[in-house]
Design a protein. Structure first.
Length: 299
């Protein structure tokens, strides 16, 4: 009787082993026991269910020892996290699109067919002067560029939205208008990054252009600007309106410097800009009468 029972148990064990072999991957005689599925929503943080077949065990038989049961055990979540290169990179720019190359000098002119010119205004927005400039541009159907300072923009998001709604380009002019070459790279990154965040928060997209205060650039500003997805833009004609030379003088400088590809620098903040407002009302219709197309650069 004992011998019969032993023979029956041996046959049962043999059938069980062959059954496991048939359920394994093709070409393998054995396979590790499948991991017990977890109920939905109970997967450990940082893990996900495998989507591809598991690799067969190495030749020489199943693994033994502590590693034998670890093949199907969920990995513990790693405390390591990748951090962005800049603490002020807007979320939309983190891997969302290709970054521009690092320039060694800013753009001074724009390319375009015919008598194309660009009007730019720095230091705003200022509720005392920016609305009047926007109104004149709107009257003649002209698009321009506004390089805004973060410390001004954060208090006047409505003016930023008005600029964008009228088709103007809103650029980055730093946060507090410092002399960039005198700053540490971390401070340059803050000046540009914080301003880009204010613009993106107001308009839904980060700026694509920036301009260094006083036209003072350095290698770090070009590198950090490129990291933030921006191209550097300078100017061809400086009206020097910040010196308040008189409305007629500002008009004369714009008309004398007018030419295809020219970028004109004016200001809508940073002091008394009433002369700049009056000058725009005079020289803009004259530029249009002379056949100039006032537009903005493309990216």
């Amino acid at each position: 009787m004992v011998l019969r029972i032993a023979a029956a148990l041996g046959a049962t064990t043999t059938v069980g082993l062959f059954g496991l072999g048939r359920e394994g991957a093709p070409g393998t005689g054995t396979t590790a026991a499948p991991a017990r599925p977890s109920p939905p929503g109970t997967s450990p943080p940082g893990t996900r269910a495998p989507t591809a077949p598991t690799a067969p065990a190495p030749a020489g038989g199943p693994a033994v020892g502590p590693a034998a049961g670890s093949a199907n055990r969920p990995m513990a979540p790693s405390p390591y996290r990748l951090q962005p290169m800049t603490s002020h990179t807007p979320p939309r720019l983190q891997g969302a699109r290709a970054l521009p190359p690092v320039r060694q000098r800013p753009f001074l002119r724009v390319a375009g067919a015919g008598n194309t010119m660009v009007l730019t205004f720095d230091d705003g927005p200022d509720p005392r002067y920016t609305p009047a400039i926007l109104g004149t541009l709107r009257r003649y159907g002209v698009r321009a560029m506004f390089f805004v300072c973060g410390e001004m923009a954060v208090h006047h998001p409505d003016l930023l939205r008005e600029m964008a709604d009228d088709g103007h380009v809103v650029g980055n002019h730093s946060w507090s208008h410092p002399l960039i070459p005198k700053l540490k790279p971390s401070r340059i990154r803050h000046e540009l990054g914080a301003t880009s965040e204010v613009i993106e928060r107001s308009l839904g997209s980060a700026p694509l252009w920036y301009r260094a205060p006083y036209g003072a650039w350095n290698r770090h500003s070009f590198e950090i600007g490129a990291e933030l997805g921006m191209e550097p833009l300078a100017w061809t004609v400086d009206t020097l309106d910040w010196k308040e030379p008189g409305t007629a003088t500002i008009v004369g400088r714009v008309l004398d410097g007018a030419a295809p590809g020219v970028i004109v620098l004016s200001h809508d903040a940073g002091g008394d800009r009433s002369q700049s407002v009056r000058a725009l009302r005079t020289y803009l219709p004259r530029l249009i009468d002379e056949g100039y197309h006032l537009t903005v650069p493309r990216r």
